[in-house]
Design a protein around this ligand. Structure first.
Ligand code: NDP
Length: 275
């Protein structure tokens, strides 16, 4: 019997996850079917219940359902609990397990594909939404020296810093950044890039940084990447690698085998560039 998986969201037509998981399955010889599942905005629980009743084994969860997926799960992994958000559900005979692979995906991409050791780095985390929440705990686990969270709505940044209960983390608004000192790693976890814009960082933040990491990805360097490079940041990259790495971790959780990510990343990059 072929095991069924899907990515659930709204909208969902743009999702590249079915292509990624089809490549992982072919590579590892796993018999799975992986679909897109469009749930009504007010119909997440009903859609998940129906998928489970039809024999579904697991789901990836994307915008806007990651918080509802957290509530749906019977048990949470430590990283899902820390994030307060779930992007991977596992349906077992003993209930529903919720996990969050976004953060470990980004950390693996930074360390492996972009050859940047996180231990001891000073990080500016831009944004305080679901994606920022997902990466904060894995960044701290990777040994960064400090994380300053900056957000358009400063109170959300401060609340996230407080919730981390970690003395290395602080939160602020963009107008407080001038006095914040220098950073080694800048992570753009805002959705500004979806409107072809960059978050309003003072240019001094980019000077001498080692890596500017944009979670958004596309055919061309994002505005955040372009500004970072033109103001003295040594390296910049988009979030395509994070997308592939978080998917690989979900696949490992479901199937017990870790796929190779590099060929899949290269194929997706070529497809993106070719338009
Ligand atoms: P949320 O809607 O939860 O949060 C959006 C964040 O962006 C908030 O902090 C919001 O600030 C901020 N923001 C939005 N517009 C602007 C702007 N114009 N200027 C400054 N800040 C802005 O989204 P997510 O956290 O779920 O996702 C963020 C991004 O990360 C998305 O673009 C998503 O595609 C990407 N992502 C990529 C992944 C990958 O695998 N590559 C995985 C997960 C996410 P405020 O609080 O003030 O509203």
């Amino acid at each position: 019997m072929t095991d069924r998986y899907a990515v659930i969201g709204n909208p969902i037509a743009h999702s590249r996850s079915p292509d990624i998981h089809a490549q992982f399955a072919a590579q590892t010889g796993q018999q799975i079917r992986y679909e897109r599942l469009l749930a009504p905005l007010d119909g997440f629980v009903a859609a998940v219940d129906a998928f489970r009743a039809a024999g579904g084994r697991g789901l990836n969860v994307t915008v806007p359902f990651k918080l509802q997926a957290c509530d749906y799960a019977d048990r949470l992994s430590p990283r899902a609990r820390a994030a307060g958000a779930v992007n991977t559900l596992v349906f077992g005979s003993d209930g529903v397990e919720g996990d969050n692979t976004d953060g470990v995906g980004m950390v693996r991409d930074i360390a492996g594909r972009h050859h940047t050791v996180l231990d001891g780095l000073r990080v500016l985390l831009v944004g305080a939404g679901g994606a920022a929440r997902g990466v904060l705990f894995p960044l701290l686990q990777a040994g960064v020296a400090a994380v300053l969270i900056v957000n358009r709505t400063p109170d959300k940044a401060r609340a996230l810093a407080l919730a981390s209960a970690d003395s290395r983390v602080a939160g602020c608004g963009f107008d407080e950044l001038d006095k914040a000192g220098r950073f080694d790693l800048l992570v753009n976890a805002t959705s500004a890039g979806l409107d072809d814009a960059a978050p309003p960082l003072p240019t001094s933040c980019y000077a001498n940084a080692r890596l500017a990491y944009d979670m958004v990805y596309g055919a061309r360097p994002t505005p955040f990447m372009q500004i970072a490079r033109s103001h003295g940041c040594a390296m910049s990259c988009d979030g395509l690698g994070m997308l592939v790495e978080q998917a690989a971790e979900s696949f490992r959780i479901w199937r017990g085998v870790m796929p190779e990510t590099e060929p899949v990343y290269q194929q997706l990059r070529q497809t993106l560039v070719a338009g």
